[in-house]
Write a protein that binds this ligand. Structure first.
Ligand code: 2P0
Length: 349
């Protein structure tokens, strides 16, 4: 190439997913295999998302990665698992007689640049969108096709669910090598067009206990976690799938709230206990229950991950009234447009 070193480059985006049946606890920490199945809703591409550019070239000296503009350590074991797995698939795919330069080989180094359009590590599933995006972008760069969720899973468990849109389950799997612990779509987003998600940013600070170490301690110490995995989640997965397919918001909302509460109960049952909810989270929980009781039905449901921020699921028809109520109860907490990010709310909202 006349002395010029070619750079191959791909940019992708991946949205965040918010679980309605929570993943909490691993049975295998290296392969990232969960103790229970989980189910989530993938948000819209144009809302909470990660954008990742991957570039490779012979002229790069070494693999490097930048997250939100800051260089991070590329030797992170989970990052290395993903890179190795993708490069392995790329090698497998190349036919024996292919003499074009192999950009997935170690002679080409990678530069990765990833940015989130929302607070990182504040319990807003940033690692899920991040690893899903990285794995997908690398697969595109190297021309790898097929099942990618098992690779994304090895970056961050919940990342496997962000590879699909709509309603997605992450199967428990049975095999010790994890090859059947994959994500699969339960229903496309278009199957329930009235469903709305609100992200209520209670705090953009980094969480006190990371998910990985938190769930490790829970597996070690919580008996409730064992009960949840064995006796509660299997039934809830079945009920949740049915509720989604029948667009039954009553059941969907109730199960979502109960599962969030049980996850936080497991956190409290962990020793020493883990607290992710704060007093604003609790006010939101109380508000939602008062609102639903007032209407005599479940019109709005909350769920909380490893942080105090609330995610609200509701239907379009209830959204204007509930937003009005939120602004009444939290008039000056945060500027309005910062506070309520409607996803996927119609532009008119
Ligand atoms: C979930 N969370 O299902 C649950 C609910 C947090 C609470 O998945 O160790 O960042 O990287 O596999 O995926 C957060 O856990 O943990 C999470 P690792 P991950 O969304």
């Amino acid at each position: 190439e006349n002395g010029h070193q070619r750079v191959s480059l791909v940019t992708c985006t991946a949205p965040v997913n918010i679980a309605v049946i929570k993943y909490w606890g691993k049975r295998d920490e290296d392969l990232i295999l969960p103790v229970n199945a989980s189910l989530s809703v993938t948000l819209h591409q144009d809302q909470l998302k990660t954008t990742t550019t991957v570039a490779c070239s012979r002229s790069f000296q070494r693999d490097r990665i930048w997250l939100n503009g800051r260089e991070e350590d590329i030797s992170h074991p989970r990052l290395q698992s993903c890179l190795q797995e993708i490069r392995r698939l790329a090698r497998k795919r190349r036919s024996a007689g292919d003499h074009s330069p192999d950009i997935s080989s170690m002679s080409h180094k990678l530069h990765v640049c990833s940015v989130n359009n929302f607070p990182t590590a504040a319990g807003l599933a940033s690692s899920a969108a991040g690893y899903a995006c990285l794995v997908y972008a690398l697969a595109r760069l190297f021309g790898v096709e097929g099942e990618l969720s098992s690779i994304a899973r090895q970056g961050s468990g919940s990342a496997c669910r962000s590879l699909y849109g709509g309603f997605v389950q992450w199967n428990l799997g049975e095999r010790p090598d994890g090859t059947d612990s994959l994500a699969e779509q339960v229903a496309p987003e278009s199957s329930w067009p009235e469903l709305r998600v609100l992200i209520l940013v209670v705090s953009a600070e980094q969480k006190s206990v990371g998910s990985t170490s938190g769930m490790h301690t829970s597996v070690e110490t919580s008996q409730l976690l064992k009960h949840r995995a064995d006796a509660v989640v299997p039934g809830r997965m079945e009920q949740m799938r049915r509720a989604i397919r029948q667009r039954d918001f009553q059941t969907f909302g109730e199960l979502t709230m109960k599962d969030s509460n049980q996850f936080h109960a497991v956190c409290l049952d962990t020793y020493p206990p883990i607290f992710y909810l704060n007093h604003v989270s609790q006010q939101i929980i109380t508000l939602v229950h008062h609102y639903n009781q007032h209407h005599g039905e479940t019109k709005v449901a909350y769920t909380f991950d490893a942080g105090p921020n609330a995610v609200i699921y509701t239907l379009q028809e209830h959204l204007p009234e509930f937003l009005q109520l939120l602004r009444l109860v939290f008039p000056s907490e945060v500027p309005e447009e910062e506070f309520v990010r409607g996803l996927p709310v119609s532009p008119a909202e």
